[in-house]
Design a protein around this ligand. Structure first.
Ligand SMILES: CC(C)(COP(=O)(O)OP(=O)(O)OC[C@H]1O[C@@H](n2cnc3c(N)ncnc32)[C@H](O)[C@@H]1OP(=O)(O)O)[C@@H](O)C(=O)NCCC(=O)NCCS
Length: 143
């Protein structure tokens, strides 16, 4: 059998991805499953920074940041396509966010997750639990 040629994953942070590609990834995430194309487009327009992982022209990983670029940043919607998981892509997305030149001054990054172990390896801690949340919909998920 010929060896499988595995294409290299590349990362981009300048342009937001196409919303329809992102919706395909959102199908995988319990909190993002029901999102609509129009809302995703609007969300991308108002997001400060996106980090994408691409395999060829296919979006295989995503993460986004809302921030004031000085004091605080929150990280949202970190998702890696199932077939591409456990290859270091999620780690690379978060690392590239933390190292991003436009975020160099930010003193505190915050996120919510049901995968604390994944983020602890990247230096995140849950020791200081000072967060509170207000939800418009009682069925909202907090990742
Ligand atoms: C959480 C998520 C983003 C992680 O993405 P990922 O690309 O699989 O992450 P990584 O490959 O960097 O790390 C995942 C695991 O694979 C391991 N890994 C990384 N590279 C590896 C490799 N080459 N070979 C084997 N294992 C590897 C990591 O050590 C890590 O182990 P852990 O599960 O014990 O933490 C992804 O699983 C996902 O999209 N899940 C669904 C949505 C979700 O839950 N998102 C989190 C929201 S806050």
């Amino acid at each position: 059998m010929p060896p499988t040629l595995k294409s290299a994953v590349i990362y981009s942070h300048n342009e937001p991805p196409d919303a329809s590609q992102l919706l395909r990834l959102f199908q995988q995430a319990p909190w993002a499953k029901g999102r609509s194309l129009d809302d995703a487009k609007e969300m991308l327009r108002h997001t400060d920074l996106t980090l994408c992982a691409w395999d060829g022209g296919r979006l295989v990983g995503f993460g986004r940041v809302l921030t004031d670029f000085i004091y605080r940043a929150t990280i949202w919607d970190v998702i890696v396509e199932q077939a591409h998981q456990k290859q270091g892509i999620g780690t690379e997305i978060v690392r590239r966010i933390l190292d991003h030149p436009r975020l160099k001054k930010v003193e505190l990054f915050w996120l919510c997750t049901r995968r604390p172990g994944f983020y602890e390896k990247l230096g995140f801690s849950s020791k200081e639990q000072t967060g509170m949340v207000w939800s418009r919909n009682t069925n909202s998920r907090f990742e």
